[in-house]
Ligand binder design. Structure first.
Ligand SMILES: Nc1ncnc2c1ncn2[C@@H]1O[C@H](COP(=O)(O)OP(=O)(O)OP(=O)(O)O)[C@@H](O)[C@H]1O
Ligand SMILES: [Zn+2]
Ligand SMILES: [Zn+2]
Length: 802
C-alpha cells in the first residue's frame, strides 16, 4: 500500500497537522512529495500538499486521494522542511507557510469541469441535453441546470463522465505558433517543383533552406511578407510543420541590456570579496555583513560573488527592496548574467510572476533578483544568497506567516552550505551587533569609488527660522541653494519625511516633544479625548495647552502632505519643474519608473517625494538633497525611530554627488541636537551604533531583549479590551521572572477597517516556552476566532510597531 501524508488547505488550529490518505493505484508510480492533490475532507473536497509518501499508516479508516493536481512537484524537499520551520517559528498554520512559497497563480481557487468519456447516448436525458455535443462542461452550468447529484454520481460511477479540476495557471500560459521544415532535402526538391508564379511559397522554402531552424510564425510572415495561407499550402504538401510552443511573458523582453564585464576591484573590494569566494569554494555556510558606505561599490562585490557561484555550477538569490527594483537595478544583473536572470517583483502580473517562477523550477535560469518572496525561489543547488539593503523593513512580511527574509536566507544557506551576504550602508542594530560578536563576519567598504568624499551636510534649525520670521516650509539656506542649482541646471532631490500618519506633538518654538518617561518613545496624540498616550505601557496625560518647557502656545501636532509642499514649492520657485513622488502619484503600474526616468532625462529640476526616493537611486546630475522635516520619523511611536531616522538621512544623503559633481545636503529640523540627526550628518555609523545600543540596553529593547507583539482586533471595542486583558493575565501567569508583559494598550493605529485594535508587548530574555504558551492561549480562543470574527495575531521580533 502507498500512503501519502497531506497538509490540507483548511487553516484552523485543529486541522494543523498531516492527514494520511491512500494513493490510488493509478497515481502510485507518479505521485511525489511536494505535489498538490485534491482530497476528500469531511463533506468537501479540498486541496492539500503531499509532504510524505510512505508504505503504511496507523490510520484505520483511510480515504483515498481524489486527484493529483501537479505533474511535477511544486515544492522541493527543502521547501517542505522550510514550511514546517516557518510554521513553528512564526506560529502560523503549516498550510499558510507552504502557500506563501508559491506564486499567486498556484494559490488561486481551482475550477471544476465535467468531462464526457463515453458516447452521449449512454447518459441520462438530462445529461445528454447538458453536453449537447460537447465533451466538457463547467460545474457552474451544471448548477444552473440543477442536474440531480445522483445522476452525475451514477455517470461517474459508470465511468461515463469524469470530474476534472483546472488550475487557473493553465489559462495563463501563453502560446505562440512556430514553423519549421520537416526535411531539408525535401525542400531542395520542392524548390524545383513549385510553380514559378508561387513566389511567396518559393521565398519560404528558400528561407528555410538557409535557416533550417524553427521560427515564430509571426516573424516569418513579417520577414517574407507572406500570409498564413501560403504557409498552409506548404504544410499541406508536407514540407513544413507548424506547432505551438509555450512562451514566457518576459517583462523585460523589449529592453536591451548592455552586457557588462567585471570591473577590476579596488583594494577594499577585493579584500571584502576574498572570504566570500573562499566560502563558496569550500561550500561553507557563513553569514557576511557587507557594511559599505553609500556609493562604495557593494553591487560589484555581489556580482563577482555570484559569478563565482555560477562558475561552480550553482545558483544565486539576490533580494533587493521592492522599491529599488528599478530597471536600473535589473540592468546591473541582466547586464552581467543575461538570460540566466529571472526577475520577481510585485509590479509583474500574476502570469508574469508565474512564468519567472517556472523558469527557476525548470532550471532555465540560475540567478533570481527579486523582492522578499524571491527568497523562496525553488533552486536546488544554491551557491549564494544576497540581501541588499538588509536594514529595510520590507524584508519582514507583515501578514501571516510573519517571517523575516533574513531568517529564511540563513535557513537556506545552512541547508545548501553556502554563504549569505547581508549588505547595507546602515545595517540594523541587531545585525551589526551580531557582526561585532563574530556571529556574522564583518566586511567593510569605508570609501566611495574614486575616493570621493561623502557630501557635506548642513543642519538647519527651524526654530531659528521661525524666530527670524520665516514661516514657510523652506529655510533660507535651503531656498538659497535651490535657487543656485536651478540657475546652474543641476538637479535637486527633496525628501518630505512623512509617514502615512503623524500624530506626535511638538513645540515649534523650542522643539520639545512629549515622550513616555518609561519607554523612550513619543506619546501619541488622541484627538477625540485630547490626551497623549504611550502605546507600549499605557502611560497617558492630558494634552498640554502650552509647552511644558518654554510656555509657548505653538505646541501642536505635526505633519504636512506632499501635495501641500508641492504647491508651496511651486509658489516659491515658479520657474522650477517639479516631479512629485508619493503613494498617490505612483499608484498606477509603472508610474514609479516613469517618473524616475523623466527625472533622469532631465525633464524636471526637482524630485520631491517621500521615503521612496531615498534609496538606491543613482543620478549623475543631483548635487543637492534637502530633507524637509527630519523630525517626523524621529517621533513615530516606535523604539526604532532614532535608528530609522539615522538610516533614512544617511541613505538620502548618499544620493547626492555620486559622480563627478560634488554634492550637498540640507537637513531641516526642530531638534538639531538629536544624536541621530547629528551623527547622520557626520556619517558616524559606529558612534551612532554605540550610543543607540546604550539606549536599547537602558530601556530593555532589542538586541538586548527579544520582543513579541500580540495584537487583538474585533469590531467591538469593549470585547477587544476584555480579550487583551485576559491574554495579558494568562501571559503574566505563565512567563519567567525577567519577562515583562506590557499592556494592554490601544495599538498606534487604533482602528483599521472598522476593527478596534489592542496590543500587548512581551519583552523577554529567555522564555523557552513562549511559543507553546502562546499557542495554548490562541487555542483557548479558537472558537471565537472561527465563529465570532476575533483576530489574534502574534508577531515575533516585530519591525513595525503599528
Ligand atoms: N571596481 C570598480 N571600479 C570602477 N567603478 C566601480 C567599481 N565598483 C563599483 N563601481 C561603480 O561605483 C558606483 C557606485 O557603486 P554602487 O552603486 O554599487 O554602490 P553601493 O555601495 O551599492 O551604493 P548604495 O548603497 O548607495 O546603493 C557605480 O556606478 C559602480 O558602477
Ligand atoms: Zn517649547
Ligand atoms: Zn511607555
Amino acid at each position: 500500500m502507498t500512503i501519502a501524508s497531506v497538509i490540507v488547505d483548511v487553516p484552523s488550529m485543529a486541522i494543523d497537522h498531516v492527514f494520511d490518505y491512500r494513493v490510488p493505484e493509478r497515481y502510485e508510480d507518479s505521485l511525489e512529495e511536494g505535489m498538490r492533490v485534491i482530497i476528500p475532507f469531511g463533506p468537501r473536497k479540498v486541496m492539500g500538499f503531499v509532504v510524505k509518501i510512505k508504505p503504511d499508516t496507523d490510520v484505520v479508516q483511510l480515504k483515498e486521494i481524489h486527484e493529483v493536481m501537479d505533474y511535477t512537484p511544486v515544492l522541493t524537499k527543502e521547501l517542505l522542511e522550510l514550511g514546517t520551520w516557518i510554521a513553528n517559528k512564526t506560529l502560523s498554520f503549516q498550510i499558510t507557510s507552504l502557500q506563501v512559497m508559491l506564486p499567486q497563480v498556484l494559490k488561486a481557487k481551482y475550477k471544476k469541469e465535467l468531462w464526457l468519456l463515453a458516447e452521449e447516448i449512454e447518459l441520462t436525458e438530462a445529461l445528454q441535453t447538458l453536453f449537447a455535443g460537447r465533451v466538457v462542461v463547467s460545474f457552474e452550468e451544471i448548477e444552473e441546470r440543477n442536474i440531480p447529484y445522483s445522476q452525475i454520481q451514477k455517470a461517474i460511477k459508470d465511468g461515463n463522465v469524469e470530474v476534472r479540476y483546472i488550475v487557473k495557471s493553465k489559462e495563463t500560459k501563453k502560446k505562440i505558433t512556430w514553423a519549421q521544415p520537416i526535411d531539408v532535402l525535401q525542400l531542395e526538391e520542392a524548390l524545383i517543383d513549385i510553380p514559378k508564379q508561387a513566389k511567396k511559397q518559393k521565398a519560404i522554402v528558400e528561407f528555410f533552406l538557409h535557416n533550417p531552424e524553427p521560427v515564430p510564425m509571426k516573424k516569418l510572415m513579417e520577414r517574407l511578407n507572406t500570409t498564413r495561407s501560403t504557409v498552409k499550402s506548404l504544410t499541406e504538401r508536407g514540407l513544413i510543420e507548424v506547432f505551438e510552443k509555450e512562451v514566457y511573458r518576459d517583462p523585460y523582453e523589449n529592453r536591451d541590456f548592455e552586457r557588462t564585464e567585471p570591473l577590476p576591484l579596488t583594494e577594499e573590494q577585493s579584500e571584502a570579496i576574498t572570504p566570500i569566494h573562499r566560502s563558496i569554494k569550500e561550500s561553507a555556510h557563513e553569514v557576511f555583513l557587507l557594511h559599505g558606505v553609500t556609493g562604495s561599490g557593494k553591487t560589484e562585490v555581489y556580482l563577482q560573488s555570484i559569478q563565482k557561484a555560477l562558475d561552480k555550477g550553482e545558483e544565486a538569490i539576490v533580494l533587493v527592496p521592492e522599491i529599488s527594483l528599478t530597471p536600473q537595478m535589473v540592468q546591473r544583473f541582466k547586464g552581467r548574467f543575461g538570460s540566466e536572470v529571472a526577475v520577481m517583483h510585485s509590479g509583474l502580473s500574476a502570469g508574469e510572476k508565474f512564468d519567472e517562477w517556472r523558469k527557476i523550477l525548470r532550471k532555465e535560469v540560475r540567478v533570481v533578483v527579486g523582492a522578499r518572496s524571491a527568497i523562496f525561489a525553488p533552486f536546488e543547488n544554491l551557491g549564494i544568497i544576497i540581501i541588499d539593503e538588509e536594514h529595510e523593513n520590507s524584508y519582514k512580511q507583515d501578514d501571516t506567516p510573519r517571517y523575516h527574509a533574513r531568517d529564511i536566507a540563513i535557513f537556506r544557506g545552512e541547508y545548501h552550505q553556502c554563504p549569505v551576504i547581508l549588505g547595507s550602508a546602515t545595517p540594523t542594530l541587531e545585525t551589526f551587533a551580531r557582526a561585532k560578536k563574530g556571529v556574522y563576519q564583518l566586511l567593510t567598504l569605508s570609501k566611495r569609488m574614486n575616493n570621493q568624499s561623502m557630501p557635506e551636510v548642513e543642519i538647519v534649525d527651524m526654530r531659528k527660522e521661525l524666530h527670524q520670521g520665516n514661516r514657510s516650509m523652506f529655510s533660507f539656506p535651503l531656498q538659497e541653494r535651490i535657487r543656485d542649482r536651478l540657475q546652474k541646471h543641476e538637479q535637486i532631490v527633496l525628501l518630505l519625511n512623512r509617514r502615512g500618519y503623524s500624530t506626535f506633538v511638538m513645540c515649534r518654538d523650542c522643539g520639545t516633544t512629549m515622550q513616555c518617561p518609561h519607554c523612550d518613545i513619543s506619546l501619541t496624540y488622541h484627538r477625540k479625548q485630547e490626551r497623549l498616550k504611550c502605546h507600549y505601557c499605557s502611560y497617558e496625560i492630558p494634552m498640554p495647552q502650552t509647552c511644558p518647557e518654554c510656555g509657548s502656545e505653538s505646541i501642536r501636532y505635526f505633519g504636512t502632505g506632499t501635495q501641500k509642499v508641492e504647491e508651496s514649492l511651486q509658489q516659491t520657485f515658479p520657474e522650477a519643474r517639479i516631479i512629485r513622488m508619493d503613494v498617490d502619484t505612483t499608484r498606477r503600474k509603472g508610474a514609479h519608473e516613469k517618473l524616475l526616468n523623466q527625472f533622469r532625462e532631465g525633464k524636471a529640476d526637482i524630485l520631491l517625494g517621500t521615503q521612496m526616493i531615498a534609496k538606491g537611486l543613482d543620478f549623475n546630475n543631483v548635487t543637492l538633497v534637502g530633507v524637509l522635516a527630519a523630525d517626523s520619523m524621529l517621533y513615530i511611536p516606535d523604539f526604532r525611530s532614532s535608528e530609522k531616522t539615522f538610516q533614512l538621512l544617511t541613505q538620502v544623503s548618499g544620493r547626492a554627488g555620486r559622480h563627478e559633481l560634488p554634492g550637498e545636503v540640507v537637513v531641516q529640523t526642530y531638534t538639531p541636537d538629536h544624536y541621530s540627526i547629528e551623527m547622520a550628518s557626520q556619517y558616524q555609523y559606529d558612534d551612532f551604533f554605540q550610543y543607540e545600543m546604550r539606549m536599547r540596553k537602558r530601556f530593555q529593547y532589542p538586541p538586548y531583549y527579544f520582543l513579541a507583539l500580540v495584537t487583538v482586533s474585533h469590531p467591538n471595542n469593549a470585547y477587544v479590551v476584555q480579550v487583551t486583558q485576559k491574554i495579558v493575565k494568562s501571559l503574566n501567569h505563565m512567563s519567567m521572572n525577567r519577562t515583562q508583559i506590557l499592556g494592554p494598550t490601544p495599538s498606534p493605529i487604533t482602528r483599521i477597517k472598522n476593527r478596534y485594535r489592542y496590543q500587548c508587548m512581551i519583552k523577554y530574555k529567555n522564555e523557552p516556552n513562549l511559543y507553546e504558551n502562546m499557542k495554548s492561549i490562541i487555542q483557548q480562543y479558537e472558537k471565537e476566532i472561527q465563529s465570532k470574527d476575533l483576530q489574534i495575531s502574534i508577531d515575533f521580533q516585530p519591525t513595525q510597531m503599528m
